[in-house]
Design a protein. Structure first.
Length: 255
C-alpha cells in the first residue's frame, strides 16, 4: 500500500504546538464545533493518542499533512507540544496521505472525498489515483460527477445526511431546478428520494397539462374564426406545425 510505503521513512518527534501549522490541502472542510469540543476534552484528559503527520517547511517549522482536526483540538486543550510523525514532502504524497488517512478513519464526507480527488486530477491521471487509493476508476468518476450539482443542493445533501446512493440519484436528474425541488421536498417534507421524484414528476405533468389547456383555447379560437369565414363564403384554411418549443399556425385566405 502507498500509505505504508510513505510511512516507512517517518519518525515520531515531539514538536512545540506553535511550530505546527495548519494543513494547506486538507480534504476535510466540515468540522463541527461540537465535535472539536468533545475531542479537545478527550485530549485534555488522555493526551493526544494518535500522532499528527507533519512535514518540514524549514526553520524548525512544520505543516500538518494529516490530522488537522486533532491539531485544532489539541490547541484548544492547551497542549504545549504535539507528538508528530515526520515524513518527507515528495510529489503528491502529502495530498494522498491526507486523503487516505481521512478515508480510513471515515472522517470524510463523500463529497469532500470527491473534491479532494478532483484536485488530485490536476497532477495525477485517473489510473494513478485509482491505484493510490485502491478505488475503481468508475467509482472515482461517479464521485467527481457529484460536484456538478449546484452548491445549495450539495450543502443540503451534507447537512441532511443523505447517502451517496441518494446523491447519485439526485445527480442523475438532468434538470437542475428539479434537483433543487427534489432535495427541498425531501428536506421539508421528510420523504424519500423516490417519493420526492414522483411528486415532481406529477408537478411537471400538471404544468404541461395547464399549458396545453391554454394553447387549446387559442387553437379553438383560430379554428372557429376560420370556420366563420368559410361559412360566409370566404375560402380559408389552416395548417398546424408542432415542434418541441412551439405550435405554428398558418392561416391562408384566398383573394
Amino acid at each position: 500500500m502507498l500509505n505504508n510505503r510513505i510511512r516507512s521513512g517517518g519518525r515520531i518527534i515531539l514538536i512545540p504546538t506553535e511550530d505546527v501549522f495548519p494543513s494547506e490541502n486538507s480534504p476535510r472542510t466540515i468540522i463541527s464545533s461540537e465535535e472539536l469540543y468533545q475531542l479537545s476534552l478527550s485530549i485534555a484528559e488522555k493526551g493526544l493518542l494518535n500522532p499528527i503527520t507533519v512535514y518540514s517547511i524549514g526553520n524548525g517549522k512544520y505543516r500538518v499533512a494529516s490530522g488537522e482536526r486533532r491539531r485544532r483540538a489539541a490547541v484548544s486543550a492547551g497542549l504545549s507540544s504535539l507528538p508528530c510523525l515526520l515524513i518527507k514532502n515528495e510529489g503528491n504524497n502529502i495530498k494522498l496521505i491526507n486523503l487516505i488517512e481521512n478515508m480510513h478513519s471515515k472522517e470524510l464526507h463523500f463529497l469532500e472525498i470527491a473534491e479532494a480527488i478532483d484536485r488530485m486530477q490536476e497532477t495525477m491521471s485517473l489510473n494513478e489515483i485509482s491505484a493510490a487509493l485502491s478505488i475503481p476508476e468508475g467509482l472515482i468518476l461517479s464521485r467527481v460527477r457529484l460536484l456538478s450539482m449546484p452548491t445549495d443542493v450539495k450543502m443540503k445533501i451534507i447537512t441532511s445526511g443523505y447517502s451517496e446512493s441518494v446523491a447519485n440519484s439526485i445527480c442523475k436528474i438532468n434538470d437542475v431546478n428539479r434537483q433543487k425541488a427534489v432535495v427541498d421536498m425531501m428536506d421539508n417534507l421528510d420523504i424519500s428520494f423516490n417519493e420526492a421524484y414522483e411528486a415532481t414528476e406529477e408537478q411537471k405533468k400538471t404544468i404541461f397539462s395547464a399549458h396545453f389547456k391554454d394553447y387549446t383555447i387559442f387553437q379553438n379560437t383560430i379554428e372557429h374564426a376560420v370556420a366563420m369565414m368559410t361559412a360566409s363564403g370566404i375560402q380559408a384554411r389552416t395548417e398546424k406545425n408542432i415542434t418541441d418549443s412551439s405550435i405554428v399556425y398558418t392561416v391562408t385566405i384566398n383573394k
